[in-house]
Design a binder for this molecule. Sequence first.
Ligand SMILES: *Cc1c(COP(=O)(O)O)cnc(C)c1O
Length: 231
Amino acid sequence: MTNIQQNIDAVLQRIAKACNKAQRNPQEVTLLAVTKTVSPELIKIAVAAGHRHFGENYVSEGVEKIANLQSETKAFGLVWHCIGPVQSNKTRLVAEHFDWVHSIDRLKIAQRLNDQRPIDAKPLQVCIQVNIDGGANKSGIAPDEVQALAQAIQHLPRMQLRGIMIIPEPTTDLIAAQAVNKRARDLFDALNTLGFKLDTLSMGMSSDLEPAIASGSTMVRVGTAIFGARA
Ligand SMILES: *Cc1c(COP(=O)(O)O)cnc(C)c1O
């Protein structure tokens, strides 16, 4: 077994354990392998290990890799997630090459992605990125603006709204971190109570996937624990 294979197995075991502890079914949690700065050769090892969902932060880097891995994408049904900021001048690349975008935080970007989504492609699967802990200079929409944006996105025919995504400030204060995760979960539940049919709470990374799963995360985004520390 390669390291990457072993690391994926170890992360899947962490997910299973966290689910077990929270009395959740591990099938409810998707592992998204974050491949920023990771070469196509290493991604192919993850594919050979059976992994299918990949997340990229930087649009140009991601599009380059998706092109490089076109035959694997076709043969194995790889799913490509854009998890980084999307600028207006990059929306066409995202709309044409990615399956998911987790980082929608304004209507203008959503509209452009919708208009530029190729007609023969499946609707773009999207999450709204929420600035859940009010970090200054941070991407993500304020929690009290999420409902309006969600409503607007629901009217865009080339998009399917799947949920919300958060990137909390790193902290060693476990109680504060738990409170932030819970706030995200409550927002997710509140949106569903309003009638949105959301199934994706994108929350948790290498160092905090257990508490994220305890709070209801359905998708954890893991880079370092699979591919090692980034340069
Ligand atoms: C880099 C990144 C991750 C993965 O972080 P790790 O700590 O390496 O697991 C997850 N989500 C986003 C948005 C990222 O930029």
